[in-house]
Design a protein around this ligand. Structure first.
Ligand SMILES: Cc1cc2nc3c(=O)[nH]c(=O)nc-3n(C[C@H](O)[C@H](O)[C@H](O)COP(=O)(O)O)c2cc1C
Length: 167
């Protein structure tokens, strides 16, 4: 069986998970923007950072995946996937863009990432500002946490959460 890890990471937290995963499983990892052919692999494990509920790079990578290949998608986002509402929302968005039968077979895992507001590119900083404004008017524990930590460096990266990926 041959497998490869493909990742889409803008600021590095998704890449760090992908690199730890390949270290554990003796695989290779490649960024989605450097891949043009995945036909030699039975299994593609796609690690992608979440940006406005989209998995960075997944749409482009999907065009290279056939329905007889095994697809494991691992998202990395700030929202807590242990809150069912968050996990369901992310999964729904992913499944909307996966064609059948790839959709039926794709396995999805969700991990938590990191953010350093000072390092964000201007557009991302503006997007996060609007998310912050919305969080200020929300009454959930997660929104309060977002408001409290807005502007700081925040990391939920935890390599032990890779254990849940059944590969
Ligand atoms: C502009 C922007 C939009 C984001 N949208 C989401 C989102 O929809 N859901 C989520 O859980 N996290 C979201 N995040 C947080 C990122 O997914 C998180 O920082 C992740 O670790 C980034 O991965 P990377 O460091 O590999 O780029 C967003 C971050 C930015 C800057």
């Amino acid at each position: 069986m041959s497998a490869i890890v493909v990742f889409g990471s803008r600021y590095g937290s998704t890449k760090s998970y992908a690199e730890e995963f390949v270290r554990r499983h003796s695989l290779d990892a490649i960024s989605f923007d450097e891949v043009s052919d995945l036909s030699n692999y039975d299994t593609i494990i796609y690690f992608g950072g979440l940006y406005a509920a989209n998995v960075y790079g997944l749409k482009k990578t999907m065009k290279l995946i056939q329905s007889d290949q095994r697809l494991i998608i691992v998202t990395v986002g700030l929202n807590d996937p242990d809150i069912p509402k968050n996990a369901e929302y992310t999964e729904k968005n992913i499944r909307q863009i996966l064609p059948n039968p790839l959709n039926d077979n794709a396995e999805i895992y969700q991990l938590r990432g990191a953010i350093d507001y000072k390092n964000l590119k201007p557009l991302h900083r503006i997007m996060m500002y609007f998310i912050y404004l919305k969080a200020k008017s929300d009454d959930t524990e997660e929104s309060r946490q977002m408001v409290d930590t807005y502007g700081d460096m925040l990391s939920f990266v935890d390599f032990s959460t890779l254990d849940k990926i059944q590969y």
